[in-house]
Design a protein around this ligand. Structure first.
Ligand SMILES: Cc1ncc(COP(=O)(O)O)c(C=O)c1O
Length: 456
């Protein structure tokens, strides 16, 4: 166990801005890189800063400005930047053996055994079948192939505004853009339990979760009846930390069981304590048949996994599951060390506590601001939805962009999503720093509301 003080900072010294940000060195470096590197996220396009280093919950840019990290990369570094245990484990592995394809290595064996200790489920439902990958989207693809092989069926149902990656199978599960052309046959999307913007104009709980019942209609009227799997994010990340209403996940489980459809929870973003539990599905005491892990799994090292229920474990044999980098020793070392840190430092509890205090503060901001429509989230996966009018709930993209940039300029690194502001602090953050970040956010919201004529 490491001394938790490794990441401690003098709270008065963070954030620390020595130039207007992005500073001159950031601007110059970004311009040089952006000559070649295209297709950057809105996170970067709206604030093109160049980072030099990270420690714990802070990031330092190339001009020497120090930021509070409220993004964890993109939901990745939950244990903070350069946690000594993870760094040492990767360094050690890199000095011993870099790749042995899918041969067993001691570190891989230990990771698989550790995962088996913590994955949900019992008996035939225990998530005990595993394969390791190097990106979230590859793990998702493996899950799709597995569900087809396990059921002999080939169609999939997924949900509006969920995101599952950018390979050609995974894109079929989400909103398509012009570069992807037509959705592949056999992929069907349905409205999600997103009560703030219910597509059925219903009120929860009086609705009785009509959105899940509607899947029956899609099964009957749109599919050929050969649906292999229903795929979903337990909490939507990209779409703005949308937490489903209680019962939504359980009702989907029951529907899957009734129709003999497999349930796949894409936990690439929500796993490893991000929502206050090791796996988000534990918040609803529901075990999927297939689950994907990523992001926080290796705390920054590209390592992901597809997990499968014991009863479908042998089907992994049928999908030609291995890859060149999946399960390499450095990846396994990073994942094993990260899980151990979460357990040793009680980081699920910490995440849950941070979620409670942050959400309470965000609800106050929602109550006091004319442009904050909804504050929501769970654990360290949080979001604020900005609207032009609280009654009509019209999305306020311009405000989203301005608040994001203003807060970043004040020293808060975080994540925009159109009119939604996303927060993903490291699970190790101290309360005081978390509240300081909220001060910056609140101030930036007020300044934006004033600038756009919503406040005097
Ligand atoms: C839920 C979910 N699934 C899959 C992916 C794709 O992961 P990657 O970017 O590692 O390919 C993401 C990435 O943001 C994600 O949030």
């Amino acid at each position: 166990m490491y001394d938790r003080n490794w990441a401690k900072m003098d709270i008065n010294a963070v954030p620390h801005m020595v130039t207007t940000s992005p500073g001159p060195k950031s601007q110059e470096m970004h311009a040089r890189a952006a000559k070649y590197m295209k297709g950057l996220s809105s996170q970067v396009q709206l604030f093109p800063v160049a980072f030099a280093s990270g420690k714990g919950c802070t990031l330092t840019d190339v001009d020497g400005n120090v930021y509070i990290d409220f993004s964890s990369g993109i939901y990745v570094t939950g244990l903070g930047h350069c946690h000594p245990k993870v760094t040492e484990a990767v360094q050690r592995a890199a000095g011993e053996l870099m790749n042995a394809h899918d041969f067993t290595t001691p570190i891989k064996m230990r990771l698989l055994e550790k995962l088996a200790e913590i994955t949900p489920g019992e008996g035939a439902r225990k998530l005990a079948g595993m394969q390791l990958y190097d990106s979230g989207t590859t793990a998702v693809e493996a899950g799709l192939r597995l569900m087809r092989a396990a059921t002999g069926k080939f169609e999939f149902i997924s949900f509006h505004r969920d995101f599952h990656g950018k390979t050609m199978g995974a894109v079929g599960l989400a909103r398509m853009d012009v570069s992807q052309g037509l959705r592949a046959p056999g992929f069907f999307l349905v409205p999600r339990g997103y009560c703030y913007r219910c597509e059925f104009r219903q009120k929860y709980p009086e609705c009785g979760l009509l959105c899940v019942d509607y899947i029956r209609t899609v099964l009957k009227e749109e599919t050929s009846g050969r649906v292999a799997g229903i795929v979903f994010e337990p909490i939507q990340g990209w779409a703005g930390s949308v937490v489903p209403p209680d019962g939504w996940i359980q009702k989907i489980r029951a529907l899957c069981d009734e129709y003999g459809i497999l349930m796949m929870a894409d936990e690439v973003l929500t796993c490893m304590g991000r929502t206050g539990k090791m796996f988000a599905m534990e918040n609803w005491a529901t075990v999927p048949d297939v689950m994907t892990l990523g992001k926080g799994f290796g705390n920054g090292f590209p390592v992901t996994a597809m997990l499968v229920a014991e009863k479908y474990k042998d089907v992994i044999e049928k999908i030609s599951a291995s890859t060149s980098y999946g399960g390499n020793p450095m990846a396994c070392a990073a994942a094993l060390a990260s899980i151990e840190v979460i357990q040793e430092e009680d980081l699920c509890e910490r995440s849950s506590h941070l979620g409670e205090i942050l959400l309470a503060r965000m609800k106050q901001i929602e109550a006091n601001s004319p442009i904050v429509g909804e504050a929501r989230g769970m654990g360290c996966l949080l979001g604020l939805e900005l609207v032009k009018d609280k009654a009509t709930r019209e999305p306020f993209d311009q405000a989203g962009k301005l608040v994001y940039q203003k807060a970043f300029r004040k020293g808060l690194a975080w994540i925009p999503a159109g009119h939604i502001l996303r927060m993903s602090p490291p699970l190790i953050m101290e309360d005081e720093m978390a509240m300081k970040a909220m001060d910056i956010i609140e101030e930036s919201i007020h300044e934006t509301a004033r600038e756009l004529g919503y406040e005097a």
